[in-house]
Ligand binder design. Structure first.
Ligand code: GRF
Length: 206
């Protein structure tokens, strides 16, 4: 399967996918064909370049409207003919055009156990709520914010000392688990196929 990965930040989830492809080769079932970002500063772009993978940047501010940005992002992504698009710390909500083209094959990783704590501050919000367990979710993207069908989740315990650094250490522990989950899910989707019936995601053909 051909993957296009979208990033905004450090790109450690992207790196985990790149490492899985490098270590497992064809048997992984997927490879990253391009990496896109919504900002030039995304360190994930350098990770892609180091791996010899083409990159593109599509910034909202370079487009007259959000719709035009969305169309440009969809076109840049489509140019690489992906089977799956992965939002790995991509901090933008895509629009109608992008979803029309990639809905049902566009997945996102979120640092909380959805439907709890959606949005840009999933770790901080879980901590502020006083949750004792949080974690990460890989899900298909629909037209809401972190609302699409869940593919897989893993739990991470919240420790007493997590309340002393605004969630930085907790986020790091979540990200360790999240990277493994994302690599696992992408490989399974690519190798086994899948179907989505309503909110239920089924892995495998059948
Ligand atoms: C991940 O926790 C992702 O779920 C969140 O931002 C983080 C991105 O990390 N939205 P990285 O850029 O992959 O290192």
């Amino acid at each position: 399967a051909r993957l296009v990965v979208l990033v905004s930040g450090s790109g450690t989830n992207l790196q985990a996918l790149l490492d899985a492809v490098a270590e497992r080769g064809e048997s992984y079932g997927a490879r990253v064909v391009a990496v896109g970002a919504d900002r030039t500063s995304a360190a994930g772009l350098e990770r892609a370049e180091r791996a010899g993978i083409p990159t593109f940047v599509c910034r909202v501010k370079d487009h007259a409207t959000r719709e035009e940005w969305d169309r440009a992002l969809a076109e840049a992504t489509a140019a690489y003919e992906p089977d799956l698009v992965v939002s790995a710390g991509f901090m933008k909500v895509v629009g109608k055009e992008f979803l029309a083209r990639f809905g049902g094959r566009f997945i996102n990783t979120h640092p909380a156990l959805l439907p709890s704590f959606p949005g840009a501050h999933g770790v901080r919000d879980a901590l502020a709520y006083g949750a004792k367990v949080t974690g990460c979710t890989v899900h298909f993207v629909d037209d809401g914010v972190d609302t699409g069908p869940v593919i897989a989740q893993r739990a991470v315990e919240v420790l007493e000392e997590d309340h002393t650094d605004e969630g930085a250490a907790l986020h790091e522990r979540i990200k360790e688990v999240e990277r493994g989950l994302l690599v696992d899910v992408v490989g399974r989707l690519a190798r086994d196929g899948y179907s989505i019936e309503g909110r239920k995601v089924r892995l495998g053909h059948e």
